[in-house]
Design a protein around this ligand. Structure first.
Ligand code: CTP
Ligand SMILES: C[C@](O)(CO)[C@H](O)COP(=O)(O)O
Length: 236
């Protein structure tokens, strides 16, 4: 197992949220970055940040924007979140750059970072608290996730090639919560090969904790997702 030594301070660890918000939203087809699409009276990312703002144990929220982002301050004029224009070519690069920025702002290696997709705008503060409660005393950290509820097919040319065993398989969500001193080198080592933080931590030989999330915590990815999200947000 490759190991990364995290120096633990005697100070109690703080908790920060890091929100990657530098994607282009190609699959969503919204005509621009999906995080700024209007949704139930707010830009999509406004809902995400409003939920995180209600998590009292967070010492700060850092939003990672694309270097050429010109929209964030216009569409989210009032936010207590910090903003850094250090987004990269992949989600992993945006998160890695954001972690460096967070450390430059004073976060310590033993502090916890909860990475949450800007595009998971249905987040509820109680799910974040549930993750924190489950991981705060854990050696590795963990993530919200859901056990697969459907039968799983492998496709070739639009037809079923084979039916896969779904036993023990979970769908990863966010937030994903790890110590800064573990996650930063894990992402540097993993590079763009990973699609979530847990994968980078797993590649170092660790086993992140799976904490049951909620079906509603889905990621806006494809065009029909906007309408479903709008209906759910309006009904709250
Ligand atoms: N280079 C990137 C790519 C993605 N993200 C962020 O990571 C989250 C999850 O990514 P995804 O749903 O894939 O968003 P996009 O990359 O925007 O979508 P697509 O892949 O369809 O272009 C989003 O909040 C997105 O803004 C990011 O910060 N930097
Ligand atoms: C991090 C993530 O939300 C976990 O499910 C997901 O991997 C990000 O989506 P992407 O499409 O891979 O950017």
């Amino acid at each position: 197992m490759l190991s990364v030594t995290v120096m633990y301070s005697t100070e109690p660890p703080r908790l920060f949220a890091l929100v990657p918000c530098a994607g282009v939203g190609e699959r969503a087809g919204a005509g621009g970055p999906k995080q700024y699409a209007p949704l139930a009276g707010r830009p999509l990312v406004g809902h995400t940040l409003a939920a995180l703002a209600q998590v009292s144990r967070l010492s700060g929220v850092l939003v990672v924007l694309s270097p050429d982002d010109t929209q964030f301050e216009q569409v989210v004029p009032q936010t207590s979140a910090w903003v850094e224009r250090v987004g990269g070519a992949s989600r992993a690069a945006s998160v890695a750059n954001g972690l460096a920025a967070l450390q430059a702002r004073g976060a310590q290696p033993h502090d916890w970072v909860l990475v949450h997709d800007a595009a998971r705008c249905l987040l509820r503060p109680e799910w974040v608290d549930h993750l924190i409660d489950a991981c705060l005393d854990d050696e590795v950290g963990g993530l919200l996730a859901l056990p697969l509820a459907d039968t799983l097919k492998h496709e070739v040319d639009g037809r079923v090639d084979t039916t896969l065993d779904r036993g023990g398989k979970w769908q990863a969500q966010t937030p994903q919560m790890f110590r800064l001193g573990l996650l930063r080198p894990a992402l540097v080592q993993a590079g763009d090969a990973v699609t979530d933080e847990a994968s980078a931590v797993e590649a170092l030989g660790h086993r992140p904790k799976l904490v049951r999330g909620a079906l509603e915590n889905f990621k806006i990815t494809y065009p029909p997702d906007f309408e479903l999200a709008a209906r759910l947000l309006t009904s709250r």
